[in-house]
Design a protein around this ligand. Structure first.
Ligand SMILES: [Zn+2]
Length: 488
């Protein structure tokens, strides 16, 4: 699948002609189209249906913001260096690779003992490892010349939302709950990323911050999702080494206090719906509750939405964190601004609490590609959901003569004018052209043949079952748009 993704222009390593740099990937022409479709789907969920406000704030942040948010002190990875060759590693990764055990969240002293006891060594030269220390994973820079002012590339988009809270609550007319989203790049200076597209140093994220009165965590549309089945891997079961998943409806999960509140349960269910919508099968989705040691410094309860993959095992694609009033309280304290909101019900000011659904975009894209890849005896194809296919329709002249290419180009132009991402292809046999379209998940192919020249009809071939129907050229763009939407 990765070979296909590189060859056909979905994703490829960045800076390739200079030898590449780990942790950076380019989205090629098809990957960029697919990525934009995922982002658009996310907007449909959070901006249109949830009615959240979208903002767009800078990637570079001054140090004071990230001191207040806790990232300067806490956005760290446990790191270790080989004493022989000097190579640097993330301790948790090395331990997992060499012992199969997950030591994420373990106190540093215990980690040192663990490394000694299990004889974790440098994978490059088998050298002994030094003492474990914290490495701050933010990219540091200077704002303006002379480097008087320290800046960082943002580790999350969320902080841009918190620091605009005063303006945002006015925009929401002081009504709770309200949500604000941001879609953009986030940065994490990984120590030694070795998992390709899964561990990136620069990634695209889509985050929503839901502000609510801590005494009222009700979601107005909860009844719509209360019956959604969730597969939960509870922290307690993980700590006892149990792989068992608890299957429970979102509403029940709140009643049984497995999930902290209704808002959290609602967004867990919504996340599941979103992943299903991307074409990830339900049995490949689970929610893992982070153990106290694994949680970020700002969170009192976090659920990771994970997708099962062949290549990387379970992959975290979204994190849902109960950030309490941590961020707003800290920014109020550090900026000396009033970041409270007036609660009409209580007739007094309150500091909002926050539930945050935070999604990666790159990882779900990888998961979609892997889950849609079908390799059958006779053919290989991407069974992407039709609405996500980067190229929506292929246009082929059956033969390169008898005015067929000219007619096919006319049809191609008409489809593009009708708003479809159409691709013209006249090289090689018609079978080869179908195979190339299948390989990138193009759901429909239109072929111009002898009969077209006589009666202005074409064939439309369906990617999934290779069946063909003959239809008139007039209104062809709308016919295909209806097919993609599944309403014809
Ligand atoms: Zn070494």
């Amino acid at each position: 699948m990765m070979e296909l993704a590189k060859r056909r222009g979905f994703i490829w390593p960045s800076f390739e002609i200079y030898g590449g740099v780990a942790g950076f990937y380019d989205f090629g022409p098809l990957g960029a189209l697919l990525k934009n479709k995922i982002i658009q789907k996310w907007r449909e969920y959070y901006v249109i249906k949830e009615g959240f406000f979208e903002i767009d704030s800078p990637n570079v942040m001054p140090e004071e913001v990230l001191k207040a948010s806790g990232h300067v002190n806490h956005f760290v990875d446990a790191m270790v260096e080989c004493q022989k060759c000097g190579a640097a590693f993330r301790v948790v990764d090395l331990s997992r690779e060499q012992t199969g055990k997950d030591i994420e969240g373990m106190p540093k002293e215990e980690m040192n003992q663990f490394v000694k006891k299990h004889r974790v060594r440098c994978p490059n030269c088998s050298g002994e490892l030094g003492k474990i220390f914290d490495f701050n994973a933010m990219f540091r820079t200077a704002i303006g010349p002379g480097s008087q002012r320290v800046g960082y590339l943002r580790p999350e988009t969320a902080q841009g939302i918190f620091i605009d809270f005063k303006r945002l609550q006015r925009h929401a007319r002081g009504k709770l709950p309200f949500g604000v989203v941001q879609i953009g790049k986030g940065y994490r200076n990984e120590i030694s990323p070795r998992q390709g597209i899964i561990r990136l140093r620069e990634f695209t994220m889509a985050e929503a911050e839901v502000f609510f009165d801590p005494d009222d965590s009700h979601h107005p549309k909860f009844s719509e999702l209360a019956g959604e089945q969730l597969r939960l891997w509870l922290a307690g079961d993980q700590q006892h080494g149990k792989e068992k998943l608890t299957e429970v409806m979102a509403g029940e999960a709140v009643k049984q206090k497995l999930v902290c509140n209704e808002l959290m349960a609602y967004y867990l269910a919504l996340t599941k719906r979103f992943l299903l919508d991307l074409g990830i099968p339900g049995e490949a989705i689970r929610f893992r509750e982070q153990t106290p040691g694994q949680r970020a410094h700002y969170s009192s309860e976090t659920w990771d939405a994970e997708v099962s993959t062949e290549r990387f095992g379970w992959v975290e694609v979204a994190g849902l964190a109960y950030r309490t009033d941590y961020d707003l309280s800290r920014h109020a304290q550090f900026s000396k601004e009033d970041l409270t909101i007036f609660s009409a019900g209580k007739n007094k000011k309150v500091i909002c609490h926050v539930v945050e659904p935070s999604y990666g975009i790159d990882r779900p894209l990888y998961c979609m590609l892997e889950h849609s890849y079908v390799s059958e005896k006779k053919r290989k194809y991407l069974r992407l959901k039709k609405e996500f296919a980067p190229i929506e329709v292929g246009v082929f002249p059956l033969l390169n003569r008898d005015r067929m290419p000219e007619k096919a180009r006319e049809v191609h132009e008409a489809l593009r004018a009708g708003g479809l991402m159409a691709e013209y292809d006249d090289s090689g046999s018609i079978g080869r052209r179908y195979a190339r379209a299948d390989e990138i998940g193009t759901p429909y192919c239109v072929t111009i043949d002898h009969q077209t020249l006589e009666d202005d009809t074409v064939t439309i071939r369906n990617r999934d079952d290779t069946s063909q129907v003959r239809v008139g050229i007039s209104g062809l763009a709308n016919t295909i748009i209806d097919l993609i939407r599944g309403c014809s």
